[in-house]
Design a protein. Structure first.
Length: 506
């Protein structure tokens, strides 16, 4: 049983209802009286959420006419728990009088657990929230009990309304969808970044400066469960930096980067794999012009492990931040997906890598996805990622060229198919710069079939010969020496490519 106190009055929960996907708990309403202009009125709500609470708890707030600002703060207890036991973590956001329906119009902001307070008014709002009018009606403070300790989760919410004339809401200005570019060329990007508009600590200006310093040509805004940052990137774009807009859709069963969506696109996240809703929102991302990219699918954080399958994925992020063992698992899992696709003749899923940088000292552009695109535009970059014409490098210092050629002048690059007979000789060629003393590996559907050590100066060429009968695809890896030398255990990645497919069958 969930019980709250509103002032000195006990409020018991109204009951469970189904939002169309995940179960949610709606509490009894908080009511404010109308007040004179410039006055503020405050109500305090206290309660405790028990273990086993649903994913979302909605606190209805009856907003009277004449309100110019709503301000919410909250605290909750974090009792000590035994090692290995989950403690308390409580997220927060808000929906306006248009309601909390899944995929509806009511979303006004989300800060997760990154902030203890927020405000919204016509002309301005806390990062992560959308400015705009405070219309009369039932608003909903949304609580997300991410984890609940065995003792329960006692919380206090303070709601303050300011009454008076509404401030005018500015028209949003978004970054352009084109930068100067170099025509058809390889462009470097980082598509998973967080600013202070979700749980990051950097401003958009700071991120843009770090992106330029890292040699990037494009980046993608990907805040957790909010598109509020979209209107704050225009000043940071330029002829030398294309800024795409998106969201990291952070569900309880995994995270997905909505990459390069239309400005102002919001993608709901309030569902689990069992709710059978992910396919709908994947299609929403594509209808908004974006790509569906499951992020860090084997990360070990709570709620990060990917449970939706990859049937809706346009690409998959197999390298997230500095290379770790869960990235190695993601890479191996992706390679298994490639094997399955060539055996079944089904569509293959390209891989990419991003930094997921949040704050100092997280490096922007480590790793980065290098995309062959017709120009430095939103459409061309997304086309290149979708087609798998890309490789991933740990920094702008590392460059790769990878291709396969047949004996009759045929040639195919990364993400392409070399259409040759099964027994026709094929030459695979890898050119590397910026990788001194690293190990190059040629990987196929049969496993790692060729290795070579690159020269100390870091520039070298590796060639290997095969046939389509022996290798249905080839891809390249460049690796550091193992941190701990173990036979058969490779070192961390310095770079890897998407595959080149061999043979006549598609």
């Amino acid at each position: 049983m969930c019980k709250e106190e509103h002032g000195d009055h006990s409020i018991s929960r109204r009951g469970l209802f189904v939002t169309g996907a995940a179960a949610a708990l709606t509490l009894s309403s908080v009511t404010f009286a109308e007040a004179a202009a410039e006055e503020t009125t405050t109500e305090v709500v206290r309660g405790t959420l028990p273990p086993g609470s649903p994913d979302f708890v909605h606190l209805p707030v009856e907003i009277p006419r004449g309100v110019s600002e709503i301000r919410v703060s909250y605290t909750y207890e974090k009792p000590a728990v035994p090692a290995g036991t989950q403690g308390n973590a409580l997220d927060i956001g808000i929906f306006d009088e248009r309601g909390t329906a899944l995929g509806g119009k009511g979303f006004r902001g989300w800060s997760g657990g990154a902030r203890s307070e927020f405000f919204i008014r016509g002309d301005e709002s806390t990062p992560g929230y959308l400015p705009g009018p405070i219309r009369a009606g039932t608003w909903y403070i949304a609580l997300g009990p991410y984890t609940v300790a065995p003792q329960g989760l006692p919380y206090t919410i303070t709601i303050t309304l300011t009454h008076g004339a509404r401030a005018k809401t500015p028209e949003p200005v978004y970054p352009p969808e084109r930068a100067e570019g170099r025509g058809r060329a390889w462009y470097r990007g980082d598509c998973h970044l967080h600013s202070w508009y979700s749980d990051g600590r950097r401003t958009p200006a700071e991120i843009a400066a770090l992106a330029r310093a890292a040699g990037l040509d494009f980046i993608n805004s990907s805040e957790h469960n909010t598109h509020a940052a979209h209107a704050h990137w225009a000043d940071e774009a330029g002829d030398d930096l294309l800024i795409l807009l998106g969201e990291e859709v952070t569900t309880r069963n995994g995270h997905v980067v909505a990459l390069g969506t239309d400005p102002g696109t919001f993608v709901d996240w309030r569902y689990r794999a069992r709710d059978n809703r992910f396919g709908h929102y994947a299609r929403e991302i594509r209808r908004a012009g974006g790509l569906v990219v499951p992020a860090h699918p084997h990360a070990t954080c709570i709620g990060c492990n990917w449970k939706f399958g990859f049937g809706e994925a346009d690409a998959v992020e197999v390298w997230n931040g500095p290379y770790t063992p869960d990235d190695e698992v993601s890479l191996a899992d992706w390679d298994g997906m490639l094997v399955a696709s060539v055996r079944s003749g089904s569509r293959w899923t390209p891989a990419m890598g991003n930094s997921d940088a949040h704050r100092d000292p997280d490096p922007v552009g480590t790793p980065q996805t290098v995309v062959l695109a017709d120009d430095l535009t939103r459409e061309a970059i997304l086309d290149g990622i979708r087609a798998g014409r890309s490789y991933v490098a740990e920094s702008s210092a590392v460059s790769l060229s990878f291709s396969a050629s047949g004996g009759r002048g045929q040639h195919a690059g990364i993400g392409e198919r070399l259409r040759v007979d099964a027994d026709e000789p094929v030459t695979v060629r890898l050119e590397v710069t910026g990788a001194p003393g690293r190990t190059a590996r040629i990987v196929t559907d049969q496993g790692v079939l060729h290795t070579a050590t690159l020269p100390p100066e870091g520039t070298g060429t590796v060639e290997w010969r095969t046939t389509a009968a022996y290798a249905a695809y080839v891809r390249a890896e460049v690796r550091h020496a193992p941190v701990v030398p173990v036979p058969g255990l490779p070192g961390p990645l310095a770079a890897f490519t998407n595959p080149v497919f061999l043979g006549r069958s598609a």
